[in-house]
Design a protein around this ligand. Structure first.
Ligand SMILES: Cc1ncc(COP(=O)(O)O)c(C=O)c1O
Length: 453
């Protein structure tokens, strides 16, 4: 029998996070203060984040130690399995070898707990009692609620309206773990009220929900803000995924030629890819691909410059690919990929040519997700179905070229709470919404006057 699963002992849970900033030939410029336009210093971030996370945000050390209490909670589901996708390889009949790291085994069902646990830990260490956050797909909000309960923290989650309506059981999970969840835009904040006044039927966006959570944290002494992606410290926490994958591939005697992850804010992609990107930056021949939705094509069609991280312009200006802070993506089912911007570090490695980006329509992605469910058993979250589409493309390309490649991707979450999306696909009701150029131009117009890169 060909081995299917590559497993590591609990003792192999990484003891350090890997910081790509230490190994890149150049770094993105600093975030800027939304009011003054000056570079953001640690002091500016104190109202939002505990100092330990602020220091990780600006860290230049290659390795950062993972605290024992965080590793102890990680041990509930880590190390996660690496699978050889034997069924998927047979389904299209490729000669390539396909491996996937499966993060859906975490209690909340995705990679998001890799960062929610340390974020909750550092907040509790510094005496914070309540955390406000946004959630797109509900994956991050549920992961944060899960983590907060271990450290006696309250969690308030602003959940993008489109997902709030599509995914009622994500709300139930948040509440079961003791968190509070409201649909965003909400009447609970000035930012939410302003949007509701203008667009009472707003389906929301991550940009709007971030504005609400940032306002909540900035206006209460007991509360800090947590972000589920985009920022350096979040990407850092996810690098345990790629570190484990390296060890597991070594067990399989495999060396990846192509590495693929889907991108919303960039964290699951970075988590898998960054430990390998160090090797690529040092000259290793390896291709790394970020897959995004054509309805929110930040890396493939967005502008590369400074933009606000949120809609209400309260969050810092970040150097990134962006569709404009006011852009509200169509309500595609991959709620976690509906973000107007991108992690500065991911934008930087795309801009400098270390990473390729591709955009796909949701129906072609769901076709791959269904093929995966029928060949591998696991029902993928809609977000990683974009990675699956890129995997299919790469496998077909290798076959055409007559070569056998080793392809690794991140199956960053299961889709067990996304069945309404699968129902829509199977009923032939899924609508593709590739972004029209006019909409892209209109969204980019609001970037005029912001600092260029
Ligand atoms: C399952 C899943 N995958 C991917 C993403 C995209 O986020 P990121 O690009 O930060 O990994 C999300 C975000 O909510 C998600 O829930």
């Amino acid at each position: 029998m060909t081995q299917r699963r590559y497993l590591l002992d609990e003792d192999a849970i990484p003891r350090q996070w890997y910081n790509l900033a230490a190994d890149l030939p150049s770094l993105p410029p600093p975030p800027l203060h939304p009011g003054t336009g000056d570079p953001v210093g640690p002091d500016d971030l104190i109202p939002l984040f505990p100092m330990a996370l602020i220091m990780q945000e600006v860290a230049s050390d290659r390795w950062i130690a993972i605290p024992d209490p965080v590793r102890e909670i990680y041990s509930m589901w880590r190390p996660t399995p690496l699978y050889r996708a034997l069924g998927l390889e047979k389904a299209p009949g490729t000669r390539s070898r396909i491996f996937y790291k499966y993060e859906g085994v975490s209690p909340s069902g995705s990679h998001k707990t890799n960062t929610s646990v340390p974020q909750a830990y550092y907040n509790a260490q510094e005496g914070v009692s309540r955390i406000a956050t946004e959630t797109g797909a509900g994956q991050w909000g549920s992961a944060l609620a899960f983590a907060c309960q271990f450290f006696d923290l309250e969690a308030k989650v602003y959940m993008v309206r489109a997902s709030y309506d599509q995914k009622p059981y994500r709300r139930s999970m948040i509440r079961t773990w003791g968190g509070e969840v409201v649909a965003s835009p909400s009447p609970d904040t000035a930012a939410g009220r302003a949007i509701l006044e203008e667009h009472p039927d707003s389906t929301g966006s991550l940009g709007i929900a971030i504005s609400e959570a940032v306002e909540d944290a900035a206006t209460r002494n007991d509360t800090k803000y947590a972000l589920g992606s985009v920022l350096n410290h979040v990407l850092l926490h996810q690098t345990i995924v790629g570190q484990e994958a390296k060890e597991q591939l070594a067990l399989a005697g495999a060396d990846p030629d192509v590495i693929i992850g889907c991108v919303g804010g960039g964290s699951n992609f970075a988590g898998l890819a960054f430990p390998f990107l160090a090797d690529k930056a040092a000259g290793k021949d390896i291709r790394i691909i970020a897959a995004e939705p054509s309805a929110c094509p930040t890396l493939t069609r967005g502008h590369y410059g400074y933009d606000f991280g949120d809609t209400a312009k309260m969050a810092p200006l970040l150097p990134m690919h962006t569709l404009g802070h006011g852009f509200v993506p169509p309500p595609i089912h991959s709620g976690g990929l509906r973000y107007h911007g991108m992690a500065p570090l991911v934008s930087h490695v795309v801009h400098t040519g270390l990473v390729e980006a591709r955009a796909y329509d949701q129906s072609e992605c769901f076709a791959e997700a269904v093929r995966f469910a029928r060949s591998e058993g696991i029902i993928p979250a809609p977000e990683p179905s974009h990675a699956l589409r890129a995997v299919a493309e790469e496998a077909a390309r290798a076959d055409e070229e007559g070569v056998e490649r080793t392809i690794l991707f991140n199956l960053c979450g299961h889709g067990n709470f996304d069945m309404a999306a699968y129902d829509a696909y199977l009923a032939g009701e899924l609508v593709d919404a590739p972004l029209a150029q006019a909409e892209l131009d209109a969204a980019a117009a609001e970037l005029e006057g912001l600092p260029a890169l």
